[in-house]
Design a protein around this ligand. Structure first.
Ligand SMILES: C=C(O[C@H]1C=CC=C(C(=O)O)[C@@H]1O)C(=O)O
Length: 410
């Protein structure tokens, strides 16, 4: 395995050569893309985090690595996408044959080579160059939508039931989601979605791992040496015609319901991360993160890891935060399964990359779709507390579906 520096400042996503197998974790032009499969594993069940971590340690221990760059994300890298729930819990860890990464002014290529291969790239592969061939990106001609496993009517009903259970004192918060199915005539080109998402949501992490494609604003955890950080989001509003966005932001900050939702999410992350840290800094007040489709209450948490826990081990401890689970977590996870009655798959699970030092970045897989051939299953969810209104939550979920719908439709 060889990592070497290349001279290039071209668009990372434009270097993905083929519609399938696209792997990506890109934000504001930086990050990683990959393609080809050098190795892959599908951990399952409650032990999926530990299984992924063990497999990755064993895989990297057996590699001969030459890394002339030495940054997080250079050398061996695996793209990871883990199931939300313990069951059925199909997760994916993929080691690409080729990775291109960028941090600041540094761009690198990592290739897993067989003895008779040569590292081929001196610059990023671009269409029509000798270094690589990029097949043209296909746009879907028609997109048709159909109900998913939990249609909107069922979702409204699930929210209503959850509110009743919370008013009865059973739990404090639960995050309920629903799905929507899109069908196209030709197979969906992952690169079309990725480019549209990255263009419109540059402050989000645009990702693709084994067909799960999206742009998430929420960072579950980043580990870079001893430093660990997280961007916790919960509490949402959205732009309305005739209402100034500053006013929407002020309303969100002043909303007790949204502040409660947010506090539960921050507390869940901080409480489960703190035992691994020598220090953890948790802001007292959230700020408002503005995206084109929604505004969120946001808190950036940072700390120092005391021991040698890898990113996957830390992620196991904090997942699911109350941004996608609820409070208390075990009750919320049970209620999600009871009221949604659908398999979330990898939606709302950790997604991102890890390197051989246990560093990496894992987002929460939101604003995304599970793409397979000519079909895509889109997901969106909302935090529900005792004073949530079912109709408002239906609107909020629709606003959260916009990025991936718009990306599909072009
Ligand atoms: C569960 C989702 O969003 C979470 C992240 C930010 C804000 C949320 C909210 O306000 O409900 C959710 O907790 C989703 O987008 O599917």
């Amino acid at each position: 395995m060889l990592t070497r520096r290349v001279i290039d400042d071209g668009d990372l996503l434009a270097a993905l050569p083929v519609p399938d197998d696209a792997l990506a974790w890109v934000r504001q032009g930086e990050g990683l893309i990959g393609w080809g499969v050098a190795a892959r594993v599908e951990p399952t069940g409650p032990g999926r985090f530990a299984e992924a971590d063990r497999w990755w340690r064993e895989f990297t221990a057996g590699l001969a690595v030459s890394d002339e760059v030495g940054l997080p994300g250079t050398g061996p890298v695996a793209f990871v996408s883990l199931a939300f729930a313990d069951r059925p819990g199909r997760s994916v860890v993929v080691v690409p044959r080729t990775v291109i990464g960028r941090q600041g002014d540094t761009t690198w290529v990592t290739e897993i080579t067989h003895r008779d291969d040569r590292a081929r790239f001196t610059s990023l592969p671009q269409p029509g160059t000798e270094t690589g061939t990029v097949l043209p990106v296909r746009r879907p001609s028609v997109v048709r939508y159909a109900e998913g496993q939990l249609p909107v009517t069922g979702y409204r009903e699930a929210v209503r039931k959850a509110v009743a259970r919370m008013r009865a004192g059973e739990l404090d918060k639960v995050v309920l989601a629903h799905d929507l199915v899109a069908a196209t005539e030709e197979p969906i080109d992952a690169r079309f979605l990725l480019r549209n998402l990255a263009l419109r949501y540059p402050s989000c992490w645009t990702f693709a791992v084994d067909g799960l494609i999206g742009a998430t604003p929420e960072l579950l955890l980043r580990r870079s040496g001893p430093v660990v950080s997280s961007r916790v989001l919960a509490g949402t509003s959205w732009p309305r015609a005739g209402v100034d966005t500053d006013q929407v932001a002020a309303g969100l900050l002043a909303s007790p319901k949204d502040r409660h939702e947010h506090t539960y999410a921050v507390q869940s992350l901080a409480d489960s991360l703190r035992p691994f840290c020598s220090d953890l800094s948790v802001p007292e007040e959230p700020y408002v993160l503005r995206l084109p489709n929604v505004l969120h209450l946001a808190s950036d948490v940072t700390g120092h890891v005391a021991g040698d826990a890898s990113l996957l081990q830390l992620a196991e401890a904090v997942h699911p935060t109350a941004a996608v689970g609820g409070t208390p977590t075990p009750d919320a996870v049970r209620l999600i399964s009871e009221l949604e009655g659908m398999d979330r798959g990898r939606y709302a699970g950790p997604v991102g990359w890890v390197d051989a030092n246990g560093d990496g970045e894992l987002g929460i897989a939101l604003r995304c779709a599970e793409v397979a051939g000519t079909s895509a299953r889109l997901f969106a969810g909302c935090g529900i507390v005792a004073d949530s209104d079912p109709d408002t939550e239906v609107h909020e979920a629709a606003a959260k579906l916009l990025p991936i719908r718009d990306a599909l439709e072009g």
